[in-house]
Design a protein around this ligand. Structure first.
Ligand code: ASP
Length: 354
C-alpha cells in the first residue's frame, strides 16, 4: 500500500458531479453572467452517518451562503466581495470546519488557515495557524490589500489583524463539543498501540454534541469561487485543517496554488488531505491544464482529482471558468456543495449520487 493510502479510498470510484456544461452568457448587456460555486468539505459523507435534521441544517446553510454571495454578484458587486462574504457566513456556522466550527489539533487547540485570490490581478492574501481571528478569510483579504505580502502566520498574523481592527476573539470561541469529541476519537484511533496519550487541556465538553452518531466530525473546510459581471474570477478557502494535526501543521488552504488559485478564466478552491494538494499543486494544476492543454474546466479538474485518487489523496474541488462553466469534482463519497449559474437557480448537494 502506498504511504497514506487509506483502504476506504481504494474502493471508492471516482465520483464527479458532472453538471451540464453551461455558458453563462446571456445577461442584458451581453457580458458574461455571474456564477458562484461553493463547497463545505469533502470526505466520508454518506446518508448512514447523517441524521435528517443535520442534513437539513447543512442544506439550509449552504443555500444561505449561495444566496449571500449571489446577491452581491447580481447587484454588480465584485467576485472578491462575493467569495469573502460567502466564506465568512460559513466560517460563522458551527457546521463547518472553518471559523466557529474548526477542528482541534493534537494539543486541543484550533489553528485556522485561509486564503483568497483575485484572478483579475493575481493579488492574493492568506493567514495560517491563527487562533484568535474570528474570520480568517477577512484577515486573508486584509493581508492581500494592506500589506506587500501574501501569507502571514501565527502571532504576526493576529497582531496584524488586531491592528487592522478585525474582530479578535478568545480561543474558546472556537470550541464546539462535536469537534472536541472528534478529537478524542481521533486520538484513540491514531495512537500507536499501548501509547500513553498526552493529557489535553480541559476542553469543557461532555463529548455528546451534535453529530453524536459519529457524524461527519472531521470534515467541512469551506470555499467559494465566483465570476462577476466584469468577468473577474475570485476564489477563497478557509479551514481548521485536520483533526488531531500536529501543532503548527499548515495545510493547503492558505497556500496559493494548492488549496486556492484564481487567474483570468479560471478559479479553484479545494478540500481534502492538504498534504496532497500541496505536493500536487492542485488548484494551479487545474488552471494550468486549461491554459496549456486547452482542456475544458471539468476535464482539467477530473484529471487532477483522478491523479490524487490514484495517489491516495481524498480530495474535492470546485471551479469556474471565465464563461461561468462549473466543475464540482471529488473522489470521496460526498462533498457539501452548491452552485448558482446563469439560470440563477440555486442548487445544493451533499452525496455522490445527489
Ligand atoms: N484541506 C484541509 C487541510 O488539509 C482539510 C480539508 O479540506 O478537509 O487543511
Amino acid at each position: 500500500m502506498k504511504p497514506g493510502l487509506q483502504p476506504a479510498y481504494l474502493a471508492i470510484a471516482l465520483l464527479a458531479t458532472l453538471l451540464p456544461a453551461c455558458s453563462a452568457a446571456g445577461s442584458d448587456e451581453g457580458s458574461p453572467g455571474v456564477a458562484l460555486v461553493i463547497h463545505g468539505g469533502a470526505g466520508t459523507i454518506t446518508r448512514e452517518i447523517m441524521t435528517p435534521d443535520l442534513e437539513r441544517q447543512y442544506r439550509d446553510k449552504l443555500s444561505e451562503a449561495l444566496a449571500t454571495g449571489h446577491a452581491i454578484l447580481r447587484e454588480g458587486g465584485s467576485a472578491l466581495d462575493a467569495v469573502e462574504a460567502t466564506v465568512r457566513l460559513l466560517e460563522d456556522s458551527p457546521l463547518f470546519n472553518a471559523g466557529k466550527g474548526a477542528v482541534f489539533s493534537a494539543e486541543g487547540k484550533n489553528e485556522l488557515d485561509a486564503s483568497i485570490m483575485d484572478g483579475s490581478t493575481l493579488a492574493a492574501g492568506a493567514v495560517a495557524g491563527v487562533t484568535r481571528i474570528k474570520n480568517p478569510i477577512t484577515a486573508a483579504r486584509a493581508v492581500m490589500e494592506r500589506t506587500p505580502h501574501v501569507l502571514l502566520a501565527g502571532s504576526g498574523a493576529e497582531a496584524f489583524a488586531a491592528a487592522e481592527g478585525l474582530e479578535i476573539v478568545d480561543p474558546s470561541y472556537f470550541f464546539t463539543e462535536r469537534r472536541w469529541k472528534a478529537l478524542l476519537q481521533a486520538r484513540e484511533r491514531e495512537a500507536p498501540p499501548g501509547a500513553d496519550l498526552e493529557p489535553l487541556p480541559d476542553g469543557g465538553g461532555s463529548g455528546s454534541g451534535q453529530g453524536g452518531r459519529g457524524g461527519p466530525g472531521g470534515l467541512g473546510t469551506v470555499g467559494a469561487v465566483a465570476l462577476d459581471r466584469e468577468g473577474r474570477i475570485a476564489a477563497a478557502t478557509s479551514t481548521g485543517g485536520l483533526t488531531n494535526k500536529k501543532h503548527g501543521r499548515i495545510g493547503d488552504s492558505p497556500i496559493v496554488g494548492a488549496g486556492t488559485y484564481a487567474e483570468a478564466g479560471c478559479g479553484v478552491s479545494g478540500t481534502g488531505k492538504g498534504e496532497f494538494f500541496i505536493r500536487y499543486a492542485v488548484a494551479y494544476d487545474i488552471c494550468a491544464r486549461m491554459r496549456y492543454q486547452g482542456l475544458p474546466i471539468r476535464e482539467a479538474a477530473e484529471r487532477v482529482i483522478g491523479i490524487l485518487k490514484d495517489a491516495g489523496g481524498a480530495a474535492g474541488v470546485i471551479a469556474l471558468d471565465g464563461q461561468g462553466r462549473p466543475a464540482l469534482v471529488f473522489n470521496t463519497e460526498g462533498m457539501y456543495r452548491g452552485w448558482i449559474l446563469a439560470d440563477g437557480v440555486p442548487q445544493v448537494a451533499i452525496y455522490g449520487d445527489d
